[in-house]
Ligand binder design. Structure first.
Ligand code: ATP
Ligand code: MG
Length: 307
């Protein structure tokens, strides 16, 4: 973002805005399914002169597509998306404003308004990801944002910022962190939308889309994948899109390793004659053995996670 776009004036202070997130099309496959989840969040955000938008909470296992759903909704509703990444060290004021050493001559410090305040100021969407990882006392400032007050008080700025009418809010948490959220936040975050594992047909569509270059072979590879998955003890319809995408991505890279030279070329490579790490076409040469090898590495050889 150009400096002039990002710097705004609040009362007598110049402050920097957070940057919106725009997904890079080349890194994202086509969005598949999730019609009811899209409908629920959109409906919750509908508001007018006499009604306020609701603030949904997405709950789901890692990799099921909580972020992706929000990226999709930001595009569909034509709003800028500002993401605040939750973690254990977030402080209450981080949700509003922070300061950093300035690069500008004549300034010692710069004020940076958070993604939340930037979205409130511009009428964009604020998405707090992993909200369950933020400690309860740091979430206190959010309370007035989520109820009828729709404002946030920043001590650093000495300012109360009221939300633009276009401001919308959503947060996500992994299922395991849900019970860490305090009641004063949970009770203001409605509806709570469960993002489950997609059905088999949607995983298949995601994989077909990912492997567009091998239309003929892909159906056999998908069948092989479900066979490996069920033999491994997995249930049909109980895999996160991220795991399926990584699996075929890894199989594709194992196949590319052969086309970019393979083991012999790698052994003969050196500083003077380096191994080439760029490929021409991804997802074109996957064979069953690549998928089996990738499956083994990703799922079978994975060290057991201890509780
Ligand atoms: N409906 C979908 N259509 C196409 N791709 C999807 C869909 N849902 C998820 N994906 C892809 O699956 C991967 C994981 O999705 P995402 O990062 O949104 O999951 P998450 O639920 O936010 O995970 P985490 O809890 O670990 O943050 C991404 O590559 C995303 O593009
Ligand atoms: Mg996520």
């Amino acid at each position: 973002m150009a400096e002039n776009d990002s710097k705004i004036s609040m009362r007598n202070k110049k402050v920097y805005q957070s940057e919106p997130f725009s997904p890079r099309a080349e890194y994202f496959n086509k969005f598949t399914g999730r019609e009811s989840e899209l409908r629920f969040v959109t409906a919750a955000w509908i508001a007018g002169d006499s009604s306020l938008p609701m603030s949904p909470l997405l709950i789901g296992e890692p990799g099921v597509g909580k972020n992706r759903l929000i990226y999709e909704l930001a595009q569909k509703t034509g709003r800028q998306l500002y993401i605040f990444q939750g973690h254990e060290d977030v402080t209450s004021e981080d949700l509003a404003c922070t300061v950093r050493f300035s690069d500008q001559t004549g300034s010692v410090m710069d004020y940076m308004i958070s993604p939340l305040v930037t979205a409130m100021y511009n009428g964009g969407i604020c998405f707090i990801d992993e909200i369950g990882k933020i400690r309860p006392r740091a979430l206190a400032l959010l309370v007035s944002v989520l109820d009828e007050r729709r404002y946030i008080d920043s001590t650093l700025l000495g300012e109360r910022i009221h939300a633009h009418p276009g401001f919308r809010f959503v947060a996500a948490t992994n299922t395991a962190d849900l019970n860490l959220l305090p009641e004063f936040i949970i009770s203001r975050m409605r509806p709570q939308i469960n993002i489950g594992y997609p059905p088999r047909e949607e995983i298949d569509d995601i994989l077909r889309e990912q492997c567009k270059g091998i239309k003929k072979e892909v159906e056999k590879l998908i069948d092989l994948f479900w066979m490996l998955w069920t033999d491994h003890g997995g249930k049909i319809g109980a895999i996160a899109p991220r795991d399926a995408i990584y699996l075929f991505g890894w199989a594709s890279k194992l196949s590319s390793f052969e086309t970019t030279g393979g083991p012999k070329t790698l052994m003969e490579s050196s500083l003077e004659k380096p191994y080439q790490l760029t490929e021409g076409h991804s997802f074109t040469g996957i064979r069953p053995e690549h998928l089996k090898q990738a499956f083994q590495k990703l799922f079978t050889d994975r060290p057991a996670i201890k509780d």
